[in-house]
Design a binder for this molecule. Sequence first.
Ligand code: DAT
Ligand code: MG
Length: 151
Amino acid sequence: EQVDQTYIMIKPDGVQRGLVGEIISRFEKKGFKLTGLKLFQCPKELAEEHYKDLQSKPFFPKLIEYITSGPVVCMAWEGIGVVASARKLIGATNPLEADPGTIRGDLAVQTGRNVVHGSDSPENGIREIGLWFEDGEVCEWTPVQEPWLKE
Ligand code: DAT
Ligand code: MG
């Protein structure tokens, strides 16, 4: 199976609401490998680059304001099928449409305050990790639990 990388980010509302531990736990407990982690105040230019595909949307200025409104938690996660699986753990973009049991379904109510980001493809996972992390900030390591997660 193909090992992928995804960029997961706890947005400023998740940090302010004290949900950092709760959100990290969900990916940890699932069995994915954390390879990068930092608290970071995002500059406007980086937020704009990250969301450049949404540039023409009417909500773009508010989205940039939101993402830069306080520190975010930047994470890189690795695993088989991690991109699609993380999107399932996160739930639908609109938290009112997100299934119970998902992060947005359990912890949020508005699209504009949906607490977490997850890459939408393996290519974007690599692109976004490259955007948000400097060289040397992503670690290669082998968790002791690995033989108990994969046969
Ligand atoms: P996702 O974060 O589920 O990948 P997306 O990539 O389509 O969703 O949009 C990125 C973010 O932009 C999303 O998390 C919240 C914001 N957003 C998307 N659609 C929106 C809308 N119709 N109104 C306000 N904000 C929106
Ligand atoms: Mg997206």
